[in-house]
Design a protein around this ligand. Structure first.
Ligand code: SIN
Length: 536
């Protein structure tokens, strides 16, 4: 089919993108295309372990409790309205997935098994294969998308948004052989995930290079909350990259954290920012580069967590006998493209959902297992808004930080967060000559700089050091672009540079510590900075 005929082009093939594509094709008969730089199943979603947080059984749980836990974890920056949508619509979206064939773990009577994770006051996490939930969600969605969508563009790299007459009309892209094309669509939904690859130590796959967020930044689309990069406290301390994740479900199941002396040092079920900071303090004070997860006392480890058990055995660890070395690793980009409650960005025709978006549900720190949930709720909401004929953003959800007030022009109300606008970092002039070193080396240097300067803890000087490396990389990209078309590897570095500089700019501007953003030089939370930093 001709690309011009698409009603909706979805960029990315994770839970947000494919939930949207399946809804658009199966329910509304839209002509949908899915474009991804890899193959359909190759999204970050399949790496998600713990599960999906959703209130499927009331009593003792309730959506009010899920809402309260999410708000507490977000340290004052969640949009209450957006979280209400998330917790209320989540259970129905889980049932949609089950109807598509996703098999979640059940007890012998067929009742869904529910796990607990950090920051949750109740056991409410549905899971599959023990801790292989993302894999199962992705499997079910890929099968449905392959049946229903009109055009699949695998191994296509989306380079930039096509903007005509103030509206997004598609993307420019390159094929695997380097040839270029324009894919045109009435609506473009960005679901390209986060930018964990900004860091040298991450649980994210190689593809997580912030491509959609970078495209949005270059097009002047509002992006917010990017200073909040969540570090997962229990990534296996091992040279494998991405780092094997030891799911938070293990701590929910009773696994304990121990320092170098074998002592416990934190409540293991605190939110991730608290646990990661506690680990870092112990590591610094004891001069060690990891702590330990103790799962030796857990019953039936292999049966409950078969994939984690297998991964550990592969590296010679036996969780029933060994303490498991763990350390924080970059895990989740809490911010992204600002959207209203229906996924509309500040550019008409451009929508965003999932980790690439900033809907306002995560605030300063995402609650465990709210990520798959966010994708499956807000991806389909964008489709419904397109079907209704919505053009452009409404001042709802996180978009209030950009548009302000309510539709009648009233003030930003309780539970909604105002915005402070920042200019996105200025373009960097090209270096005198294009780089001769491999792009992998430029990327590694950038990752090391962000890890050292903009990691779990940062300060003004460390952020300036990281920015200098990012500026040098930007100059190398600019010189290379001036000399000819960029390769996909170079495009990924370009995107990491753009997102990295946005992270640094926001982290410099936020002179307080809040959630996943910890400033060594500003350790207190400042009530006057309870706003979103919006890059435009
Ligand atoms: C985990 O299983 O610990 C990760 C799940 C998440 O990121 O919410």
């Amino acid at each position: 089919m001709a690309a011009e005929e698409l009603d909706l082009l979805v960029l990315g093939s994770g839970v947000a993108g494919l939930s949207a594509a399946v809804r658009a094709a199966d329910v509304h008969n839209m002509r949908v295309g899915v474009l991804t730089k890899g193959e359909l199943p190759q999204a970050t979603t399949r790496w998600a372990q713990g599960g999906v947080a959703a209130v499927l059984h009331d009593d003792p749980d309730s959506t009010d409790l899920h809402l309260a836990d999410t708000l507490a974890c977000g340290v004052g920056l969640c949009d209450t309205e957006a979280v209400r949508v998330l917790v209320d619509e989540g259970p129905a979206r889980v049932l949609d997935l089950i109807a598509l064939g996703a098999a979640f773990d059940r007890d012998p009577d067929g009742k869904l098994l529910l796990a607990r994770e950090g920051g949750h006051s109740q056991a409410r996490i549905v899971h599959a294969g023990g801790a292989a939930t993302g894999w199962e969600v992705e499997r079910a969605l890929v099968a449905a998308a392959q049946r229903g969508t009109s055009a699949l563009y695998e191994h296509h790299f989306a380079v930039d948004l096509v903007v005509e007459g103030g509206r997004c009309r598609g993307v420019t892209a390159t094929r695997a052989d380097g040839s270029e094309l324009v894919v045109r669509a009435a609506n473009v939904l960005v679901t390209t995930g986060g930018a964990g690859q900004l860091y040298a130590v991450t649980t994210n796959p190689l593809e997580a290079t912030g491509d959609g967020i970078a495209m949005a930044l270059r097009a002047g689309v509002a992006v917010a909350d990017v200073e909040f990069v969540q570090f997962h406290p229990t990534a296996l301390h091992h040279e494998a990259m991405p780092r094997p994740l030891l799911s938070e479900a293990l701590r929910g199941h009773g696994a304990l954290l121990r320092d170098g002396r074998g002592e416990r040092f934190v409540d293991e079920l605190q939110p991730r920012d608290v646990v990661s900071r506690a680990e870092l303090e112990v590591m610094v004070s004891q001069g060690i580069d990891h702590v330990f997860l103790d799962a030796r006392h857990l019953e039936e480890f292999a049966a409950r967590f078969p994939t984690i058990h297998a991964a550990l055995r592969e590296v010679g660890l036996d969780p029933t006998r060994d303490l498991l070395p763990v350390a924080p690793a970059a895990h989740y980009t809490c911010g992204g493209i600002v959207t209203d409650l229906d996924g509309s960005s500040s550019l008409p025709g451009l929508w965003a959902a999932g980790e690439a978006s900033c809907t306002g549900v995560h605030g300063a720190n995402r609650l465990a297992s709210n990520s798959l949930l966010e994708g499956m709720v807000f991806g389909p909401r964008a489709v419904e808004a397109i079907e209704r004929g919505q053009v452009g953003a409404h001042p709802t959800g996180a978009m209030r930080a950009v548009l302000g007030g309510d539709p009648e022009g009233g003030p930003v109300g309780p539970g909604t967060i105002g915005g402070v606008l920042l200019s996105r970092p200025a373009a960097v002039p090209p270096a005198p000559v294009p780089p001769t070193e491999p792009w992998a080396d430029v990327r590694n240097r950038l990752q090391r700089a962000l890890t050292a300067g903009a990691g779990v803890v940062r300060d003004e000087a460390s952020l300036a050091d990281a920015d200098q490396v990012a500026v040098d990389a930007a100059a190398a990209v600019a010189a290379s672009a001036a000399a000819g078309p960029l390769s996909p590897e170079a495009h990924e570095v370009a995107n990491l540079v753009d997102v990295g500089r946005a992270v640094i700019a926001a982290a410099v501007s936020r002179t307080e510590s809040r959630g996943a953003h910890t400033r060594r030089d500003h350790p207190a939370t400042d009530p006057a900075q309870r706003h979103r930093l919006v890059l435009v």
